[in-house]
Design a protein around this ligand. Structure first.
Ligand code: AMP
Length: 403
């Protein structure tokens, strides 16, 4: 089945066209600068990249342009739009309302619009525009929504509740939701396959470490706990996000600096983490270069992340009552050996033993790689994530079920 996977941002619309029979990506690209001017970057394996400035006043026009490009005799790979049999949308926040991927209906649209929007206003607004763009251009094609929060909906209340009055939870839906759920689901699923295919009885910690990072405890194939919270600001330090800290720090900094709530939020999202601590960069690769040149703050930033990952692994082993596997994925998890090494060193007491030489040589293009030694009681793997494939597979399954 040809499935178009859409990831709509406020001024962009990223897409991948999958053939789910082979899991092959037939085309991919990005409509950029929507509402500003507009440009499409379109890639087809074996062909030269196509880049063109085209006015894109809104997501509907961007969708039309991307479908025209996919069906263009020269640039595309489809004869007509009807060959797109389903569209899968990545949705950042489904709140407590969506615990799995769903077919778009008016009711689903309204829930997203009226109830989820508050939880992630910028992202949800963009997703709704992407959905409307597809409805305008392909009104008869099933659209499936795949939520970043859905996989985490199995958390028990003791893991997702905060220590604030119950009324706040009831009135404003303030609780832990987590993020990167599609990635955690993908790598946990691949890990379970490597462990024999039976989810029951497995205890896995999945570490999605990228510009944004989150760590999950996945027991019996279901999330028991996760490090991100009400928003993706919580958990370990990230490229520019502060991660967990004493909540009293927030009003303290606001009083000292005079920042407004919006400015403080912007500060915690964009000026902290690696960037804030190192004063060098938010990017791991730049920090490694700075460390090689003797920069102590860059080293401190990397040390903090490694330590915090280790702490989550230990906490989640305790929460699950044991640990069978640790998986690393995303930009840092797949490519940055020194972070994996920092996180794993000292976990011998849990039965963790990893091959430092293999770890040093492992990066994204290595594909799935076993990092644990044969004597390790805990299996350790680097598994490249593939959120788009998960979205395409969900879309195919749901589209087929309504045919
Ligand atoms: P992501 O958000 O998953 O794209 O991850 C971005 C982070 O991964 C940045 O901190 C990068 O420095 C880090 N990273 C390290 N090596 C690589 C690499 N070879 N390709 C992409 N990202 C990398």
């Amino acid at each position: 089945m040809n499935v178009l996977v859409i990831n709509a941002g406020s001024s962009s619309l990223k897409y991948q066209l999958f053939d789910t029979a082979t899991n092959e990506v037939r085309a991919k690209g990005n409509c950029e600068r929507i509402g500003i001017d507009g440009r499409i970057v379109h890639k087809i394996p074996g062909k030269e990249d196509y880049v063109k400035e085209i006015p894109m006043p809104n997501h509907s026009v961007a969708t039309r342009i991307l479908v025209e490009t996919l069906t263009d005799p020269e640039l595309g790979c489809l004869k007509s739009m009807s060959e797109i049999e389903a569209v899968g949308h990545r949705i950042v926040h489904g709140g407590p309302y969506f615990s799995e991927s769903v077919l778009l209906t008016q009711e689903v649209y309204d829930t997203l619009d009226k109830k989820c929007r508050d939880l992630a206003p910028l992202h949800t607004g963009a997703h709704l525009q992407g959905i409307r763009g597809c409805l305008d251009v392909m009104p008869d094609t099933p659209q499936i929504l795949v939520f970043d929060t859905a996989f985490h909906q199995t958390m028990p209340p003791e893991a997702f509740m905060y220590g604030i009055p119950y009324k706040m939870y009831k009135d404003y839906a303030i609780r832990r939701y987590g993020a990167h759920g599609t990635s955690h689901r993908y790598v946990a699923g691949e890990m379970i396959k490597l462990m024999g295919g039976k989810a029951e009885g497995t205890k896995i910690v999945t570490c999605h470490l990228g510009n944004g990072s989150s760590i999950s405890a996945v027991k019996d194939g279901k999330v028991l706990d996760t490090s991100m919270g009400f928003t993706p600001l919580a958990g370990v330090i990230m490229g520019t996000r502060c991660g967990d800290m004493d909540p009293a720090v927030v009003p303290f900094i606001m009083k000292k600096t005079g920042m407004t709530p919006d400015e403080m939020s912007d500060f915690m999202n964009k000026k902290c983490g690696f960037q804030g601590i190192s004063e060098v960069s938010s990017d791991c690769r730049d920090l490694e270069a700075a460390i090689a040149a003797g920069n102590e703050q860059a080293k401190l930033a990397m040390d903090i992340l490694g330590y915090q990952i280790k702490r989550f692994i230990g906490a989640y082993a305790a929460a699950m009552g044991g640990l069978d596997a640790i998986v690393f994925t995303a930009g840092i998890g797949e490519n940055t050996a020194s972070i994996r090494e920092r996180a794993l060193t000292g976990l011998d007491f849990l039965g963790v033993d990893f091959d430092r030489a293999v770890n040093d040589k492992t990066f994204g293009r290595s594909g799935v790689t076993k990092l644990s030694t044969d004597k390790s009681r805990v299996q350790i793997y680097m598994i490249p994530t593939n959120e788009e494939l998960m979205i395409a597979q969900d879309a195919e399954r749901i589209a087929k079920s309504v045919k």
